[in-house]
Design a protein around this ligand. Structure first.
Ligand code: CP
Ligand code: NVA
Length: 300
């Protein structure tokens, strides 16, 4: 039996494979919705953490493609009472055609994928958020041009989104400048791996030098879902806020991206989020298109 086409981490893919998914996404975005290629297919989504964009964009996307959706909150499943993820995977595989999981520990995602006979999609873990990066690349290329030529500046927490940008930079070859406080930097091991694989990664704790002449400035919440020590983090991260004076160091044509939800006055100043350089609403919309492409790829 052919292996299911899981989507777990960006670094398990080649650029050519990711380009296939992105091309499908772009094609679906431009097409009038007449056909229903995923008719009679069902997507199950398991959420162990809250979600607005991931939940709604997957559900709407699957329905636009003619499919059905079941949303499962983990605390309503038998997983909450001790049934294993492996057993859950084997049972769900008999009912549905694709499973998305949003969870904390990546090992839960890998266990689901190991025992599932249908494709499993990573809908965010504490380590990574690859479906978001598909939408982010799509958005960058729509506004500026080929991602391979980009200089991207990340300012803030070295979290799951920062790690996913690191994986994307390693694959696509763009320059990534990460400005994070020392205490909240990405793991040295992940940065070394990226550098050994030819990535142009520059790590510092200086937002101004990271942003200098960059094509795109990116940030994310200072306290991720399930994150601890909110008040001490906010203090440490204060100098990394994306404010107008910081944006002035970027290229005059630079865009601002944020996966959302945003916290105005924390990681980003309201005037930047709402300003002319911000493409966050296009970025959120592209979740829908990118995931439609991904669902088509998984189920083809
Ligand atoms: N960006 C993102 O994944 O948003 P949600 O947490 O609302 O799904
Ligand atoms: N880093 C954030 C991303 C939310 C989409 C979190 O994990 O909560």
């Amino acid at each position: 039996m052919a292996q299911p086409k899981h989507f777990l981490e960006l670094d398990q893919f080649s650029v050519a494979q990711l380009r296939t998914i992105l091309d499908l996404s772009t094609d679906l975005k431009s097409r009038v919705r007449k056909s229903h290629p995923l008719q009679a297919k069902t997507l199950a989504m398991i959420f162990e953490k809250p979600s607005t964009r991931t939940r709604v964009s997957f559900e709407v996307g699957m329905k636009q493609l003619g499919g059905e959706v079941i949303v499962l909150n983990a605390n309503e499943l038998q997983i909450g009472r001790g049934e294993t993820i492996a057993d859950t995977a084997r049972v769900l595989s008999r009912y549905v055609d694709v499973i998305m999981l949003r969870t904390d520990e990546p090992k839960k995602l890998y266990e689901l994928a190991e025992y599932s006979t249908v494709p499993v999609i990573n809908g965010l873990t504490d380590r990574s958020h690859p479906v978001q990066l598909l939408a982010d690349i799509m958005t960058y290329e729509e506004h500026i041009g080929p991602i391979g030529d980009a200089c991207i500046a990340w300012c803030g927490d070295g979290n799951n989104m920062a790690l996913t940008w690191l994986q994307a930079a390693t694959l696509f070859g763009f320059e990534l400048r990460l400005a994070c406080p020392n205490e909240l930097s990405l793991d040295e091991e992940d940065v070394s791996y990226a550098k050994e694989h030819g990535a142009q990664i520059f790590v510092s704790n200086d937002p101004i030098s990271a942003v200098k002449d960059a094509d795109c400035v990116v940030t994310d919440t200072w306290v991720s879902m399930g994150g601890e020590g909110a008040s001490s983090r906010l203090k440490i991260l204060e100098p990394f806020r994306v404010c107008q004076s910081l944006m002035r160091h970027a290229s005059p044509e630079a865009i601002f991206m944020h996966c959302l939800p945003a916290h105005r006055g924390e990681e980003v100043e309201a005037s930047v989020l709402e300003g002319v350089q911000s493409v966050v609403w296009d970025e959120a919309e592209n979740r829908l298109h990118a995931q439609k492409g991904l669902l088509m790829w998984c189920l083809s």
